[in-house]
Design a binder for this molecule. Sequence first.
Ligand code: HEM
Length: 414
Amino acid sequence: MTGSVGYHAKHFYIRHPDFNDPELIYEVYDEMRDSGGLAYSDQPTQIPELTKYAEGHWEAVAFDACEEIVHDWDRFTSNASTVHPGVTPRRSFIMLDPPLQQRYRKVVNFYFSPRRVERAEVTARNAAAALLDDIVEQGEGDLAKVAWGLPGMVLFAEILGLPVAEVPICVQLSERALHSDTEEERDLGTQKFNEHVNGLIEAKSTEPRSDGLLDMLLTTTEIKEERLSLDEVCEHAQILVAAGLETTSGLLTSAYHYLARHPVERQRLIDDPSLIPVALEEFFRFMGSVHGLNRVATQDTEVGGCPLKRGDLIQVNFAAANRDPAMFDKADRLVLDRERNPHLAFGAGPHRCLGSNLARMEFRVGLEEVLRRIPDYRITDQTKCKFVGNAITRGFMSLPVAFTPGPRSTVASG
Ligand code: HEM
């Protein structure tokens, strides 16, 4: 069924197939924002389990409202089970509140520090080289494969301590879990994804390496004064793998697609690569790869004049916040050299994205290498550019392109 913008603004459901149109969702956010910082929807959030506890949900679509909510973990918890005791308690820190969540952050932040990420850049360049080598001599190929491969290769090798050969398998399984058409298929996909990641952790537990984040989680006693259970480490691994594979990759595909359709702007980046660090913040703002994460009101309260009841579900929509015209001039346009850009793409407050340094580096390398090696790429068949937009992360699953063939790289893939 196809609904109008007005229909979706009243019955917002991120899983609706209409949102496989890349732009429609932003028109819906604009209309929702007209009624205030939070808009009520009688539809569920993306977490089906929560539908038992509230019929609909609030979608936070204005910048100020989103910022207020994510900073105030006392009024808005990430841990739904503290308010709705029937909800299965989750143990990964994205679903916990401070102070326990902050104890995790204290030990994991190190693995995503600027120094560690700088060290990982060589691996990112090599990964991009190897992925582009697969297509560069033919003069045609699928740019989505580059985008979906690069971040995982860096994350697995440099941060998590998982075999790089696992990246394509995990990408395939996470796509099935997040982007399948029906809830049943997604549930089954999630089960398969979790089982696979758990298998990797079980294998690792018998032979830990010295420098991977997941190896550290298996042995540390700094968080709870005793080791975490294998199940706890598995839950963390599931989130880290999914968050690291889906976000930057989806964004890269959207950026490749955008630049193919805006050759003048692409040429600006090619002529002046010093613009890339500024431009990438604008891609993070404008492309909005994470569209909503949940909070639950712990008390009767209000945000921006909107009354909320204890137990209400709120989906904090970072992508909608980033298009709020009250915060950004020309919010609905991508301005490559935007000077003031306090976007919320990585969230804010205690849960601010753990992987933001890594994501910035992977995205920059993915952009620089494509613009350097296949600068004149063009989309060969727009109808085959498959966009999946009805999930909290979105992006193109295929991007067929053609370009002037070039030589393979001389860099050894690592
Ligand atoms: C385009 C890239 C990315 C975007 C837009 C993004 C966005 C976000 C956002 C909005 C949050 C806040 C969640 C909340 O408030 O509930 C978050 C948290 C998180 N992100 Fe990212 N992310 C990206 C890349 C990554 C990468 C590469 C990783 C690596 C594993 C990662 C791991 C995480 C984790 C573990 C959290 C939870 C942090 C916590 O709860 O303390 N993200 N991310």
